[in-house]
Write a protein that binds this ligand. Structure first.
Ligand code: MLT
Length: 409
């Protein structure tokens, strides 16, 4: 029999959100009471905006005639989309990014998971704790993580983020080769200001670290001093790769489209000591393993940058952020300590009393028929917290608040 990749054997048997889905399905199968409200995985509920729908209809029509039919597209993404990204996501913010530094993909989950392909398997890694599990699990798969003990992998440096440090991680102790940052943060919904992010860029420059900056939630930023892109910070192009996604911005969790920025200024070292552009390695990787996001989803993404597309996207984000406010106000008013929700669609709740994350998860499911995500699922420092998303409907969000209030903590 074939020997399998033993790194997979080291992993917990199921992915966090798959495990939650399993538990919820089990509960829902016998539930005869109030319908279950799902605020666990950060999946959106509002329909795709009309501008993107019209663009997809047109793209489907293109596929239906010989003259306009599209087969394989460029592995890096169509130029029509990359040029819009350059103009609206970067140039409009005074950031100089070229179209050939942008790689369109099927989303940030794949890219943050796959980026390790171009990094040494010996590279050391630091993550904030709690953390989006993809960063850790994919490093385990690649053999970079070491051994698991007490919820932590031995070769990963964990940077605690708790209420006690206002969820602002301290700079690493170990000069890691790779640092994952996600801001606005999943799961805590908290952010770094420009000066705070600058400290990370400066640190990476001093220690030759690579920052993998996941900016999937940037569209939810409401405060002026919160950077939308790491490239707002001087020198970041020499140390950072940025990941963006239309999933949360425009409800593309099912359509699938995102992109990754790998600046030419960003270099790594080959075994013979020569400097290598990460851009060319990622390009090589994508050309070999990826055939691009579909023409239809890229046309949909392009439409988000039109005037009407931008307006419609804003309306949907405002809708979700009204939910975030409802959750923050309602739960805080009920004496529950909450974080996030100002620049992100996630509310990070301190579990009442001495409840663990999973105990609070079970309580909410059984008594309120409400699904959250146990904080400890995102890392040891998530213990004693639970995450709710703002991606539900207004009605369900109001109902969730009312049901939690019934518990009278
Ligand atoms: C989450 O719930 O953390 C996200 O939906 C996961 C993802 O974007 O893959």
């Amino acid at each position: 029999m074939i020997h399998v990749n033993d790194n997979f054997i080291k992993l917990p048997s199921s992915y966090l959100f798959s495990e939650i889905a399993r538990r919820v399905e089990q509960f829902a199968a016998t539930n005869t009471g109030e319908p279950v409200i799902r605020m666990g995985i950060g999946d959106v509920t509002r329909p795709i905006c009309p501008a993107a729908v019209a663009a997809m209809e047109k793209a489907i029509a293109d596929e239906a005639t010989e003259r306009t039919f599209k087969g394989y597209g460029p592995e890096q993404g169509y130029l029509f989309l990359r040029e819009k990204i350059v103009e609206h996501d970067y140039r409009a913010r005074g950031i100089d990014i070229a179209a050939d530094e942008i790689f369109v993909s099927d989303g940030a989950k794949s890219d943050t998971g796959n980026i390790g392909d171009i990094l040494s398997t010996d590279a050391t890694v630091a993550v904030t704790d709690p953390v989006y599990p993809v960063y850790v699990d994919t490093n385990v798969m690649a053999g970079r993580a070491g051994e698991l003990a007490d919820g932590r992998w031995s070769r990963i440096e964990y940077l605690p983020c708790r209420a006690e440090n206002s969820f602002i991680p301290a700079l690493p102790q170990t000069a890691p080769d790779v640092i994952y940052l996600c801001y606005p943060n999943n799961p805590t919904g908290t952010t770094l200001t420009r000066p705070q992010l600058k400290q990370w860029v400066d640190y990476a420059r001093r220690h030759n670290s690579l920052i993998l900056f996941d900016s999937a939630y940037e569209a939810y930023i409401t405060e002026e001093d919160v950077p939308h892109s790491i490239y707002e910070i001087e020198g970041a192009k020499e140390v950072a790769i940025e990941f963006r996604s239309y999933s949360k911005t425009a409800g593309f969790t099912g359509i699938r489209c995102g992109y990754t920025v790998v600046p030419h200024a960003l270099k790594g070292i080959a075994p013979d000591g020569t400097a290598v552009e990460l851009n060319s390695l990622w390009n090589r990787r994508q050309c070999t393993k990826f055939n691009g996001a579909s023409y239809i989803s890229q046309r949909a993404a392009e439409a988000l940058y039109t005037e009407e597309g931008r307006k419609q996207v804003r309306q949907t984000i405002d809708y979700y952020m009204a939910n975030a406010k409802m959750l923050l106000d309602g739960l805080t008013g009920a004496g529950i300590e909450c974080f996030g929700g100002i620049n992100a669609p996630y509310i990070w709740i301190k579990t009442p009393g001495a409840l663990t994350s999973w105990q609070f998860f079970d309580l909410l499911l059984e008594k309120c028929h409400l699904v959250g995500t146990p904080g400890v699922g995102f890392g040891p420092c998530g213990e004693g917290y639970l995450r709710l998303t703002a991606f539900s409907s207004h009605d369900n969000t109001a109902a969730a608040v009312a049901r939690i209030k019934r518990l009278a903590f």
